[in-house]
Every structure is written in C-alpha cells, then in structure tokens.
Write a protein that binds this ligand. Structure first.
Ligand code: SAM
Ligand code: SF4
Length: 364
C-alpha cells in the first residue's frame, strides 16, 4: 500500500465533508480545518490611508525568518485560499519566499492590493496561483483618491489597475474594485460606477462600510456627514447605475443597506478554489446565523496570534499558532466557546450586524 499523502483536491473535499459533519452534529471539537487563511509574514504597508490603522505608523511586526517555512507548511496543508495580508500590503511579502510554498502546497491567492506595487512583472509572477484580485481604489476623483490613500498617486495606480484588469480578463480571472464608504465619496457614487466600467474596464465593485480603525473615523464617517437617508439614497442611485452599466455591486454596509446585485458574468477560471468556494456558499445558506468565517477562516498575524474573523477583534482571540500549533488553537477553549455560541445564537457583541454573518441571508 502506498504511504504518499492523498492529492490536495482529495484532502480539500474530505475537509469540506468533515465540516458538514462538524456542523450537523453541532460538535465543539472539529475534525475539519480552515480552508481560507489570512496570513502575511509582516504588517508592512507602503501607504498611509487616512481611514486605516496604518496611518498611525504602527511598528512593523514580522514572523522571524526561521519560523516561516515550518509555519507555511503547517498552515497551508489544508488551505485552499490564502489572502496574504495583515492589515498590510500583500505585495510587501517576500514573493521569492512565499510563491514557492504556495505552489508546493497548491494554494490559491486572493490578493487585495492598493495597486501601487502591482507592475505587469509582479502580476505575471502571481498569475499561475491567482484566484481573485481586488484593487482598493476609493474614488474616481484624483484629489479624493489622494486624500484618502496617501501617498499613492492616482495617475500611477489607475494605469496599473487598468492593465491588470485587462490581463486578468485574458486568463479568465475575476477582479473586484473595493471602495470604502467615506463621507467624501458619497456624492460621487454613480460616477464611480461609470469610472469602473469605462476607465478601468472592471465588472465588479464592493462597497465597504468604514470601520473605526483610525483616529480619523469621525471626520470620515459617511453616516455622520450625510445621515442614514442621505447615504441610503446615494447607494440606491449607485445600485441603479450599476444595473444600467452591467456592473456587479456588493454593498457590505449595515442593514438595511447591505445587498448584492449580479448584473454581469465575471470570468471564472475553474480551479479547486472556485469549487470549494461555491460549496461553502451553499453550506453558509444551510447554516444561516452561523458565521461563515467561524466555519472555515483563520486570520493569523505575523506574531502567530489567531482570530476567526478578518477584523481580528481582540475579544475573539483564539490563541497563538506559533507557540501552540494550529490544532491547539483551532480546537482550543476559545474556539469551542465561540462555536457553542454560534450554534445557540448567543452571538458575541462584535458579531452582531456584521456583514460577513449577514451576507448569506441576502441570498436566502
Ligand atoms: C486593510 S486593506 C489591506 C490590503 C491592501 N493594503 C489594500 O489597501 O487593498 C484591506 C481593505 O480594507 C480597506 N480598508 C482600509 N481601511 C478601512 C476602514 N477603516 N474601514 C473599512 N475598510 C477599510 C482597504 O481599502 C482594503 O480594501
Ligand atoms: S488600506 Fe491598505 S494600502 Fe491603505 S494603509 Fe491600510 S493596508 Fe495600507
């Protein structure tokens, strides 16, 4: 009998089936492991966007070099999709170190980038393992873009995004444009749809609710500046324009604004990540109210701290994978307690109203 490990796709499917059993039996100790990992070896960023915690110049934290390879091996074994970020710029990972490990473990990349470092050469290095590309371009108005995303230059980032979107279209890869719903952008949402369609050649926009991540939150708060009704009217006009222009629009903003509108086919390069993601969307539907991230997502910070949530709230801290290993964190006391609360509907305060938890209900 051969002792070689099963191929990755077999292990991914077995892992998904294990999760369906973990959920059906309301287990607290899970046989399944996270399929979606957020991990960067460092917290560095080349920008200082005024809505982001990076504006406060936090010290850069890195995983010590000698720990990276064993950590990649442990974390990537059952990872299908990796977003190599830590409230940081993913393209500041050492790609010569990261990409061979990504290839070795057949991991797919979900890159969310500010775009400034995404030259055609870097894009070509990523393409073989790229699953989804997202550009953060908050405004079509250069002065607003440069105010929000300093020191990036509109005329530098936009051509890089345009090129990458065209190249991704050629190879059948979906691209999304992120915009953070800051007060300054609210009067210009319809124009943003036209900009994405005409200037970038994009097909999909996601609007993110502004989180209280920086000292500038109050000054940038769209709801304080325009009111619930004002923001709601602007989002409704944006939605109508997206429909007219054939642009997909996902609005990740608190109720009643959150929604998703599919107005165009995105290119799809079928790989195990595409299939596993669709299987998870179905599972999310079958378990409304149980957070999709708690089901299969792990955020690991460069110092090893792990969270079941992309926002990394300290009250949901699960442990440290460098000190204790993945198994101890994934099935530790904090993880079991969170699962118990998800099964019973006794949600932690930080989870209430979160768009990750709410999104599956938009389709049900
Ligand atoms: C933290 S960034 C990391 C990736 C990369 N550096 C970038 O900007 O795309 C991930 C996403 O969060 C968004 N973001 C930054 N500050 C935010 C805030 N206060 N509220 C909501 N989203 C925010 C960014 O625009 C980006 O789309
Ligand atoms: S939003 Fe992204 S690009 Fe901007 S400072 Fe934060 S991590 Fe950097």
């Amino acid at each position: 009998m051969s002792s070689s490990p099963a191929p990755k796709y077999r292990r991914e499917i077995a892992n998904f089936v294990a999760l369906t059993e973990d959920l059906a039996e309301k287990r607290l100790v899970w046989k399944s492991r996270p399929h979606f990992l957020e991990y960067s070896t460092n917290t560095a960023c080349n920008l200082r966007c005024i809505m982001c915690s990076q504006v406060e110049n936090p010290p850069v934290v890195s995983t010590p070099k000698e720990l990276r390879a064993p950590l990649f091996d442990e974390l990537f074994e059952l990872t299908t999709v990796l977003t190599p970020s830590a409230t940081s710029e993913p393209l500041l990972n050492n790609l010569k170190e990261l990409l061979p490990k990504v290839r070795e473990h057949q991991v797919w990349l979900d890159i969310i980038t500010n775009g400034a470092l995404l030259t055609p050469e870097v894009l070509e290095q990523l393409l073989p393992n790229l699953h989804h590309l997202t550009f953060s371009i908050d405004s079509q108005i250069p002065a607003i873009f440069e105010k929000l995303r300093a020191p990036a230059k509109f005329d530098d980032v936009v051509p890089k995004a345009r090129y990458a979107i065209e190249r991704c279209k050629e190879v059948g890869l979906p691209v999304t444009i992120h915009m953070v719903l800051a007060a300054d952008v609210v009067p210009h949402l319809e124009g943003f749809v036209d900009f994405v369609a005409d200037e970038l050649g994009g097909r999909e926009i996601t609007v993110l609710e502004l989180l209280d991540s920086s000292e500038n939150f109050e000054a940038l708060d769209a709801f304080a500046a325009h009111g619930e009704e004002g923001v709601g009217a602007a989002l409704a006009a944006m939605t109508a324009r997206a429909e007219e222009r054939g642009i997909n629009l996902r609005i990740e903003v608190h109720a009643p604004h959150g929604c998703e509108h599919t107005n165009a086919e995105q290119p799809v390069r079928i790989n195990s990540a595409t299939v596993i993601e669709v299987m998870h969307l179905e599972l999310d539907q079958a378990h409304l109210g149980f957070c999709p991230h708690v089901m299969g997502y792990l955020k690991v910070e460069p110092d090893g701290s792990a969270f079941p949530c992309c926002r990394g709230p300290r009250e949901l801290h699960l442990g440290n994978v460098i000190e204790d290993g993945l198994e101890a964190v994934w099935n530790g006391e904090a993880a079991q307690d969170l699962r118990k609360r998800m099964f019973s509907g006794d949600l932690p305060e930080v989870c209430k109203g979160c768009s990750v938890l709410e999104a599956p209900k938009w389709f049900s």
